[in-house]
Design a protein around this ligand. Structure first.
Ligand code: MF3
Ligand code: CO
Length: 251
């Protein structure tokens, strides 16, 4: 079932999105060589709770932390650990979700730690711009396949691959609502987009092939070929006009 949000729900989701964006911004400001992903997780949980919200991921299907922190060839769902120290030259994808007054916000971004090679920087730029291409297609008159197509086209034109095994999602009173939002697709196909629909659009892009696999910890997703991966996500409201990014300012 596809839920369209009321004006009241949208106002609460704006607040949830603003909290998530603020936390992600603070995490980015804290990044430096020597910090551990457990440090970032602790900071995120404190900031989320200080904002009057709860970490959305903690306890979700048994997930043990408040954020996901995925380094280099890790695609998504990396579990924060005091043993994972960020080093100069790493890419780190940080994914933050919060529940505020019963509604969820969800956003992610990949950051360079210190100095990274030009090709890694290009991966970040292409993935972020692919997200914005997907967001630009999130408008009434378009369909779900137009979002995925816009993302895929942008990524593949740059010579990178879109991850197929994970997708974006509807979001609201649950973190994951219908519909699924794949990062690939055919224009003019799928669900008709309508004002009041809120989607988490979240391209995951590999520098090499699209294949991924899950580690023995049951969570960490990694590229099969060992290539770098990036992930950018916004929570987006479809309106009569321009899409409204509820997590705007996160990155
Ligand atoms: N942003 C991710 C998602 O949309 C976060 C899920 S991590 C989990 O699926 F631990 F909560 F599963
Ligand atoms: Co998400």
């Amino acid at each position: 079932m596809i839920e369209l949000k009321s004006a009241r729900e949208i106002e609460t989701m704006r607040q949830a999105g603003r909290i998530v964006a603020g936390v992600l911004r603070e995490l980015a400001a804290a990044l430096r060589p020597g910090i551990t992903t457990a440090d970032l997780d602790r900071l995120a949980e404190r900031l989320i709770r200080e904002a009057g919200a709860e970490p959305a991921f903690k306890g979700y299907q048994g997930y043990p932390a408040s954020i996901c922190a995925s380094i280099n060839d890790e695609v998504v769902h990396g579990i924060p650990s005091p043993h994972r120290v960020l080093r100069d030259g790493d890419l780190v994808s940080l994914d933050v979700g919060a529940r505020y007054r019963g509604y969820y916000g969800d956003s992610a971004a990949t950051f360079a730690v210190g100095h990274v090679p030009a090709e890694a920087r290009r991966l970040l730029e292409v993935t972020r711009e692919a997200l914005y291409a997907g967001i630009a297609a999130a408008r009434p008159g378009n369909r779900l396949g137009d979002i995925g197509h816009a993302v895929q086209r942008y990524v593949e034109a740059a010579g990178f691959s879109v991850v197929r095994d994970y997708a974006g999602h509807g979001i609201g009173r649950a973190m994951h609502e219908d519909p699924q939002v794949p990062n690939y697709g055919q224009p003019g196909t799928g669900l008709r987009l309508r004002p009041g629909l809120v989607l988490a659009i979240e391209p995951m892009v590999n520098a090499g092939g699209h294949a991924v696999r899950t580690e023995a910890d049951g969570w960490t997703v990694r590229t099969v070929d060992g290539s770098l991966s990036a992930h950018f996500e916004h929570t987006v409201l479809i309106t009569e006009g321009e899409p409204e990014i509820l997590t705007d300012g996160a990155f």
